[in-house]
Design a protein around this ligand. Structure first.
Ligand SMILES: Cc1cc2nc3c(=O)[nH]c(=O)nc-3n(C[C@H](O)[C@H](O)[C@H](O)COP(=O)(O)OP(=O)(O)OC[C@H]3O[C@@H](n4cnc5c(N)ncnc54)[C@H](O)[C@@H]3O)c2cc1C
Length: 326
């Protein structure tokens, strides 16, 4: 089994967290110690559906605490766990795929080529291989995240803080290593139509500027895609997509990493078993469960949008309150 890894820096910090209950599931896939070195999260705070910033303490959560992730550290530990399990690491960037089930040829950007019987695309939102194989993509929105990371001089709360505003919502999260992320989520058309002055937008918030601290104002944010979307086909003969290549969830759900790990490992195990027996994996039940997870997360997003009633006519909220399916 070959793991193709592009060693160039990835998409950078989104300030990802694992909500209560998910760390054990991730550790069950990779083994104990996979999540060592991350910051425990003690709760969340949200100004959502009202102006007060209300705190939910994980102490009262039967699933325990959450984790604020150092994403580079997590990815490196996951690669190390794969190598320890006997996977071979190849470095490079996937380019054109040719061939068919049982005899794929994947050209790499540096001119090398990998031969494979089965291909799992986990290249994230670009779905670089699955798109070539006809996976297609359907998006439920055109959400973007305007994200900045900076040295943390914010308040002492150890968890994610969220604030809904008329055009979207903000979050800020302290990160391991004394860093902090601040992000504004909105729709691409709304982002284009209004001021894109970060300091002005931050100044309009009631809580975020204070929670994130003074360094936030001078930070240099960049715009990243954050839409909820899904491949039209999650698998085909000799290939499948997993993680963001298969399906992206609204960042509000904090489900992306755990879904990628759990659905990816389940598909990987099915493929490995089938290749050992020389049969084709039956991925239909896996794909159905993936679609169910996507639909449930969309329902949850609609539920949260309907909780926010302060701007019923604002496009960001009206679009989400009306929408039930990706
Ligand atoms: C603003 C924001 C906040 C989020 N917050 C959370 C959160 O709190 N909790 C959570 O669980 N999730 C969160 N998510 C979602 C989470 O980031 C993703 O679900 C997760 O990163 C998916 O992992 P992945 O491995 O599938 O894709 P990615 O993390 O995108 O990794 C894809 C990898 O493939 C590589 N790659 C791309 N193209 C090629 C190619 N052609 N050849 C070789 N390699 C390639 C990339 O370099 C990268 O290393 C958030 C997302 C956003 C946008």
């Amino acid at each position: 089994m070959i793991l193709l890894h592009d060693p160039r820096p990835g998409h950078g910090w989104a300030g990802e967290s694992l909500p209560p209950g998910l760390a054990d599931l991730v550790a069950a896939v990779f083994g104990p110690g996979i999540l060592d070195g991350h910051l425990p999260a003690f709760g969340t705070r949200a100004a959502w559906g009202g102006e007060a910033l209300e705190e939910t303490d994980f102490l009262t959560n039967p699933l325990g605490g959450g984790l604020l992730l150092d994403r580079n550290r997590f990815d490196a530990a996951a690669r190390a766990a794969a190598l320890a399990a006997g996977v071979r690491l190849a470095e490079g960037r996937a380019g054109t795929i040719s061939g068919a089930e049982g005899s794929w040829r994947l050209a790499l950007a540096d001119g090398a080529e990998i031969a494979a019987r089965f291909v799992i695309d986990s290249t994230g939102r670009p779905a670089a291989v699955a798109r070539q194989l006809g996976a297609g993509r359907a998006a439920a929105d055109r959400q973007v995240a305007i994200v900045a990371a900076f040295a943390d001089a914010g308040d002492a709360f150890r968890g994610t803080s969220i604030e809904a505003v008329e055009q979207g919502w903000w979050y800020t999260t302290p990160l391991p290593g004394g860093r902090r992320v601040l992000a504004f989520l909105t729709d691409a058309d709304l982002w284009q139509a209004r001021t894109r002055d970060w300091a002005v937008l931050l100044g309009e918030t009631r809580h975020m500027a204070r929670c994130a601290g003074p360094a936030a104002l001078a930070a240099n944010p960049r715009v990243s895609p954050a839409e909820t979307a899904s491949a039209r086909l999650l698998h085909g003969p000799g290939w499948l997509a997993a993680g963001d290549a298969a399906m992206t969830f609204d960042p509000l759900s904090s489900q992306g990493i755990a879904a990628a790990v759990l659905m990816g490992s389940r598909a990987g195990a099915a493929v490995a078993d089938a290749l050992r027996d020389g049969s084709a994996p039956d991925l239909a039940p896996w794909a159905e469960d993936y679609r169910t997870l996507g639909a449930e997360t969309m329902d949850l997003r609609t539920y949260y949008a309907r909780l926010e009633r302060r701007w019923p006519d604002a496009p960001f909220w009206a679009r989400r309150a009306a929408q039930r399916k990706a």
